[in-house]
Design a protein around this ligand. Sequence first.
Ligand code: PMP
Length: 366
Amino acid sequence: MLETEELWEENVRRVTPYTPGEQPQQKNIIKLNTNENPYPPAPGVREAMQEMDIDLLRRYPEPYGDPLRKALAEETGVEPEELFLGVGSDEVLALAFLTFFHGEKPVLFPDITYSFYDVWAELYRIPYRQISLNEDFQISKEDYIFPSEGKDGIGGIVLANPNAPTGVELNPETLEEIIAAHPEVVVIVDEAYVDFGATSVQPLLKKYNQLLIVRTFSKSRSMAGLRLGYAIGNKKLIKYLYDVKFSFNSYTINQPTIILGQAVLRDRPYFEKTVRQIEETREKSASRLESLGFKVFKSKTNFLFVTHPKLDIPDLFEWLKKRGIFVRHFNKPERIRPFLRISIGTEEEMEALFTNIKEYIIGKEK
Ligand code: PMP
């Protein structure tokens, strides 16, 4: 039967949603598809959860997420008023798009980057232009410093550093040149993966009032399930963000998040140890993949972006999945179809991945 459109549908805000990575629920799989941390949260998190006063749930939480916001201010070396907490950095970014890109001029971001950016732009009807990365997945700074719209022709800039899904880090001087060239618009730098060896633009906050940095507890802090992200920016930017957020929902940072977020921050040595371990496994895995003929982009994240001149990548992706190993394959944009994004797992998980890839290659050579 053909579905017919009903009258009321004319008034619907229609959008094509972001497609998140698969979250398979079966046990005994190796999950390397959504850049989660393979190590458990800091041990203090379990204790904090067990000791949590259940009566807290009866009450609404503190709207700014205090005292978590204060603890995070200490950890990041800024004032609490320079911090905005959100339900994952996805919520922070979504609200930042809504708050800061309220004009007619296009917002710029790369063609290959976090594929949620164009979804938010479409949702809010924000004009945008995606700029092609070069063959090595690098940006050309002139594209942003001298955009084709003219010096005052743009509505904002969004750059993920390091970029996703490529893992490639932007040169810090290049980033500063871009930010310095555009005092007339907000520049968002998405630092979701910055803890895995990249350089943060945080020192630039003192110089540029229009810079907003967005980070998350989902990757380096092992807390993807908690849903906690944050933005750092000058007090005026943060106030504007809260004005929009409080016009939407005041109580998004729930009581368990306030407690468990603080527990995570209390264990800095555990954070450093697990991040170092992931970096070590990443470098080892990159060499092993190269020895199997893969081209591996230099990564400063907890994932590797790889391709192979001889292998049918979508086929390898399906083959691994049948063996319970989930990695990420993107169908769009077209030019990243021959690539896989592989999150860094434990040493054992990576071992299993290599065994299976080797088996696949041997099978093809027969
Ligand atoms: N930015 C980038 C570049 C990401 O890859 C992700 C993870 N999908 C996010 C932001 C959002 O992460 P979260 O909402 O878990 O903080």
